[in-house]
Design a protein around this ligand. Structure first.
Ligand SMILES: [Zn+2]
Length: 504
């Protein structure tokens, strides 16, 4: 997720309300009849078909990463593949018109004024042979590589690419602020080839516009000695040399690879269920409580949905104006949440981003075409965290104030009962509308499904969904099928009504 300003404001108000008085609001559902024109499809890969070996050096002076990457890709389809496609998300930061931020957020994203970022590719090879490639798409964020011969079914190809990434002075997913250097969506990452062909969507400013397959990563990164590192994967080796420190990091079955660097990090860690939870804070503020929220969320979701299949989870205070953002084994949490007087917004955002480890991280989906699938589930999982930890009455208050209000707020002024939850990112006007529909109405739909199915069947279905689509990408249809399998009630009508599509 990313949280809109309105959401953060609500979290703050709710925090104060939860402490001071109890509110009683009658619960009512806002239903609507959406159009029904979308068609489902299913395309599930059975194994990771790629591997990345990345060797990068961080040049602090120039805020530049110099890297070499080897990517192995296996054709798991039954057709020859002529071109491979990658996303070059870093190029979105080159031009003010393609930055992944809404106009109203520009001043927050760039506190010191607009600053350019980009990725420069200096060659693509297979072995010693140079390959043809073309940088294309909106903001030059797509890369097409054409091997000399098509990749036949079952065959693999390994490419080598050299690149430089210039980091903008920007406190979004990629860039740097006063405290942290955020390296997210920074290297050329394979696009997903699914039943619709290659997915070449641009870096939208709404939602979390990503979609990728799980992969294996071996990353080596050299950084100046004063920096500390938070990362996806496991640090296998740390070595100190005259230029600084080099970390050897490995990850498997992850769909992205993010790193956050800081000279100011304080680390605090605790093992739970055999998993190391590491809290990175800037200074001492909320250091222990942030760790406890991370540990609690991990334990609760392990128990509810199935075990987190990695060795570590890092909760990382970052210069990040949007609230929070999930990456495999690493959640970026906005530093401002550690600085406010109340704790509730921090807890809410940490629980939400950690829930994404299950929904979007382990069970993947196309968060551009079907963003509701991971966000609604994640938002509802966040409510379940509050229910498990504090009891049903607190969960209800959170539900009424965060979910219902958020949704009704927008309905009241410009989105009156129009359409369903299942829309692509390009179908929303702005982040505020997106949040209300996808998180607000999405979580309301999850609540209705739970009531229809009953607690036991609902949880059983979520566990089955997790087991079945672990390390794969699931679709709305896959989710529906598993829920329907676990109940006698006919969910078809509700799915159609809430999502705005016809279930076949
Ligand atoms: Zn989210």
């Amino acid at each position: 997720m990313r949280f809109s300003k309105a959401t953060i404001r609500k979290l703050h108000i709710l925090a104060i309300m939860l402490i001071t008085f109890t509110v009683s609001v009658s619960i009512h559902y806002v239903l609507d009849t959406g159009q029904t024109q979308k068609v489902f499809s299913t395309f599930t890969k059975s194994e990771p078909s790629s591997r990345y070996i990345i060797n990068a050096t961080f040049d602090e002076q120039n805020m530049l990463l110099e890297a070499k990457q080897r990517v192995r890709y296996k054709n798991t389809t039954d057709q020859p593949i002529e071109d491979l496609y990658f996303h070059l998300y870093a190029n979105a930061f080159k031009d003010i018109d393609t930055t992944p931020f809404e106009i109203d957020d520009m001043a927050k994203a760039y506190p010191n004024g607009f600053s350019k970022g980009w990725i420069e590719l200096t060659g693509v090879k297979r072995g010693t042979k140079k390959l043809d490639y073309k940088i294309m798409g909106e903001g030059n964020t797509n890369l097409r590589v054409t091997p000399k011969k098509p990749i036949e079914p079952g065959m693999s190809i390994e490419l080598t690419m050299k690149f430089k990434v210039k980091l903008p002075n920007c406190i979004g997913r990629m860039g740097y602020g006063e405290n942290t250097v955020n390296l997210a969506n920074w290297y050329p990452i394979l696009s997903v080839l699914d039943e619709n062909g290659w997915n070449l969507d641009p870096y939208y400013s709404i939602g979390d516009p990503f979609y990728s397959d799980v992969s294996e990563y071996k990353v080596k990164i050299s950084i100046p000695e004063q920096y500390k590192i938070a990362t996806t994967g496991n640090i296998i080796k740390e070595s100190i040399n005259k230029d600084g420190k080099t970390y050897k990091i490995e990850a498997n079955n992850v769909r992205d690879f993010a790193i956050v660097l800081s000279k100011k990090f304080r680390m605090n860690n605790k093992s739970t269920d055999g998993i190391e939870v590491i809290s990175y804070t800037i200074g001492e503020s909320k250091k222990d409580i942030a760790l406890s929220y991370g540990v609690d969320a991990l334990q609760i979701f392990n128990r509810l949905f199935g075990k987190y299949p990695y060795k570590q989870l890092s909760v990382v205070a970052s210069d990040f104006f949007i609230g929070g953002m999930e990456y495999p084994n690493l959640v970026m949490i906005g530093q401002q949440l550690y600085e406010i007087d109340v704790d509730f917004p921090l807890e809410y955002v940490i629980a939400h981003e950690i829930a994404h480890q299950w929904w979007y991280g382990i069970v993947g989906n196309n968060a551009i075409k079907e963003p509701w699938l991971d966000e609604a589930l994640t938002e509802f999982s966040t409510l379940m965290y509050f229910e498990e930890k504090y009891g049903g009455h607190i969960k209800e208050q959170v539900y009424e104030r965060m979910i219902e209000d958020q949704y009704e707020d927008i309905l009241g002024w410009r989105f009156r009962k129009k359409g369903g939850i299942l829309k692509g990112l390009d179908e929303f006007d702005d982040q505020r509308q997106y949040s209300s529909i996808v998180y607000g109405k999405g979580a309301m739909f999850m609540r209705l499904l739970r009531r229809e199915m009953g607690d036991e069947a609902f949880i059983k279905a979520l566990r089955e969904y997790f087991d079945t689509y672990k390390f794969k990408n699931a679709s709305t249809k896959d989710f529906y099928n598993i829920l329907q399998k676990n109940t006698e009630r006919d969910l078809k009508k509700e799915f159609s009504r809430w999502l705005g599509l016809e279930i076949e």
